[in-house]
Design a protein around this ligand. Structure first.
Ligand code: ZN
Length: 668
């Protein structure tokens, strides 16, 4: 199998095929305490080790199927190199020829990057704590020792013990729930839930959330989960889920294989719009606009049930196969739902995406990460994450679709899903399959795969968008620019009956025309224009987070101090990186907000998910001086790692707390 440098595991020799996970959720200690039992495929029968990825885990004991102790060690790659700290530590377990399974007793530490332990104050209810996990891209290793790479898929069963007040949900099907019973610890009574995932998944799709959760059924196979005070709003917002799912099945030509499709509407700090955890997508509450206008994110996560979860990128270098396909699939679903026969609505959405792509390419993003096919090596996949995979990937697929025709391409999509279901593939696999499928089609002969795959920057072909629906938005943006630049009359156009997509398109046009990406902004709007915009359209009061975000970006670039309370409220009451990172960056680049950005971040860093906190700190030129004390310091160059090797039999080896100091240069 393909080597994956983002993992320290050895599936080429010994591969895990099934996980039996027994885990107790200890809110008092902010720890998962558990036993991970793996069934092994002895790919190389002579191999003497099973290597698993770990990060900041405390490994207690390892035994085989007969309960006999196995010796193990924790190994840090690259010695003391901080450049590799995101890889964690390799757990090397000595196995005998007869070893068929291993069981690892372990516990997580508060520094686990996959876990977000929220105190009651950070929940909607304010009474109970909350835990949710986010394992993509390589954070599963901080949740459980595992072969943490997309190329290894395994089934799993889980037995989860939680406090009696709590309800757990997992990326699996719920099988049983026990009655509450007195715990043997001091933490009161507890309940036990069992789950089962019979479709093999990659480790990044392991997911667990535990809180005071309630459920509302949307259809026989769909439900929405959330805290009691949010669940009704979430059920309203996501009411079209079954409709999306049925449409997705029709387009994919393969039935939905995961049984249930539920949604968990998370706490406000969740870093992503959605995470496509099988059986239960985790979504951000920033989608709760009150008018179902942001439900396309649900279509996106549903699409991942085929592209990503079933057909999976072989390594994170080929992330576009997950996200480019899913963006294409999502837009097709929404287009069909809205009877958008000429794909004008699809193009309106894609025009917004194209601008996000331009933003990514014009930012100080390293050229290496502007390629569709990445070469992350043993670098940190979080650093390579951007809209490139989504939008450039989408445009590659649309370019192919234009050449072969829409109906042929949609039929190809169905064959692609059938061919690679339950597997992983690389970009070359995709190219080979496509070119073989369309072997006799002259139109793809000269397709420039090399440029599409490996050249950084914008796609080599300008997409021929149908701009019919975007026209009004573009025209209104021009009128406002004339107001700003030449003192023309204020427009009287009402946008009250516009779709939210048209409004975001209008704001996108203003952002583009004012070069908001240059630092500092080259051509910001005047403060007077921002105030007139607010007076006309009340954009700062929008419940639609996409609209609010764009208006805040314009107003900060304009140095309009009256927007600051709104911006601070926005970036401290939700932690979705799509909004939080650009707003922090723009604030930091402004004259009025540079110090404020740092102050606000330092005052709220505990609110954010660890992944978001890490990325914003990097954006603000801050670095973490301690992996788990939460102290952030200005940029330093200090690196000190403790012991990199430890062998133990039956004893405890601690992977963290060894005085790890992390500092990194900001990428330019
Ligand atoms: Zn996605």
């Amino acid at each position: 199998m393909l080597r994956d440098a983002s993992s320290l595991a050895n599936p080429q020799e010994t591969r895990v095929t099934h996980l039996d996970w027994k885990v107790t959720v200890d809110f008092t200690a902010s720890a998962l305490i558990g036993r991970a039992t793996y069934t092994l495929d002895r790919v190389d029968p002579d191999a003497t080790t099973l290597c698993l990825d770990t990060s900041r885990l405390e490994i207690l004991t390892v035994v085989d199927q007969n309960d006999d102790s196995l010796s193990f060690a924790l190994e840090s790659p690259g010695g003391d190199s901080v450049a590799h700290s995101h890889l964690g530590q390799r757990l090397v377990i000595r196995i005998a020829p007869a070893t068929t399974s291993v069981a690892i007793d372990y516990r997580t530490t508060p520094a686990s990057s996959a876990c977000q332990w929220l105190p009651p104050a950070q929940t909607s209810g304010g009474v109970f704590p909350y835990l949710y996990t986010q394992a993509q891209a390589i954070h599963a290793r901080s949740l459980i020792p595992c072969q943490d790479m997309p190329g290894v898929k395994f089934t799993y069963g889980a037995t989860v013990t939680v406090p009696a007040w709590a309800t757990p949900v997992m990326s699996a099907i719920l099988k049983t729930t026990s009655r509450a019973h007195p715990d043997d610890s001091q933490h009161g009574s507890s309940k036990i839930y069992t789950f089962e995932q019979t479709v093999p998944i990659s480790a990044y799709l392991l997911a667990l959330a535990v809180g005071q959760l309630e459920k509302r059924d949307l259809s026989p196979r769909c439900a929405v989960w959330s805290e009691p005070s949010v669940v009704e709003a979430a059920a309203y917002e996501f009411a079209q889920t079954e409709e999306f799912l049925t449409m997705a099945e029709d387009l994919a030509g393969t039935p939905y294989v995961w049984g249930r499709y539920d949604l968990l509407c998370l706490c406000a700090s969740s870093p992503y719009g959605g995470m496509e955890n099988p059986c239960i997508t985790f979504v951000t509450p920033t989608l709760l606009a009150g008018d179902r206008s942001l439900a396309d994110v649900v279509a996106h996560e549903i699409a991942h049930s085929w592209t990503g979860n079933l057909v999976t990128n072989a390594t994170w270098d080929h992330f576009w196969l997950n996200e480019g396909w899913t963006t294409w699939f999502q837009r097709k679903i929404m287009s069909r739902i809205h009877h958008d026969d000429h794909e004008q609505l699809l193009d309106l959405d894609a025009i917004g995406g194209y601008q996000a792509l331009q933003d990514a390419c014009s930012r100080e993003m390293p050229l290496a990460y502007q390629k569709l096919v990445l070469d992350i090596g043993d670098g940190d996949p979080d650093e390579a994450y951007s809209s490139i995979a989504y939008e450039k990937g989408f445009h590659l697929l649309r370019a192919l679709e234009r050449r072969v025709g829409t109906s042929a391409f949609e039929a190809f999509f169905q064959s692609y899903v059938q061919k690679y279901a339950y597997q992983t593939l690389t970009s070359d696999d995709f190219r080979d399959f496509f070119t073989t499928y369309f072997e006799d089609n002259e139109a793809i002969r000269d397709f420039d795969w090399e440029t599409w795959f490996y050249e950084p920057g914008m796609p080599p072909e300008d997409p021929p968008f149908d701009r019919t629906l975007a026209e009004h938005s573009a025209q209104l943006a021009q009128v406002w620019l004339a107001v700003d630049r030449h003192g023309r009359m204020l427009p009287t156009t009402s946008i009250a009956d516009w779709t939210s997509l048209q409004t975001t398109c209008f704001l996108d046009a203003l952002l583009l025309q004012t070069n908001h990406n240059s630092v500092p902004p080259k051509d910001p709007l005047k403060v007077s224009t921002i105030r007139a915009l607010q007076k006309a359209y009340r954009l700062a009061d929008s419940r639609n987070s996409e609209i609010l975000f764009r208006f805040c970006m314009l107003a900060v670039a304009a140095e309009d101090e009256t927007i600051l309370p709104t911006v601070v409220r926005f970036i401290t009451t939700q932690g979705r990186m799509k909004f939080t990172r650009p707003l922090y960056r723009t604030l930091f680049a402004s004259v009025m907000g540079r110090d404020l950005a740092v102050q606000v971040f330092l005052g709220h860093k505990e609110f954010y998910h660890p992944i978001c906190a890490k990325m914003v700190a990097s954006d603000l030129l801050l670095s973490s001086s301690s992996s788990n004390s939460g102290v952030w310091a200005t940029m330093r160059n200090t690196i000190s790692l403790g012991k990199s090797w430890m062998w133990a039999v039956g004893g405890a080896a601690v992977a963290v707390g060894m005085g790890i100091t992390i500092a990194r240069h900001r990428r330019r």
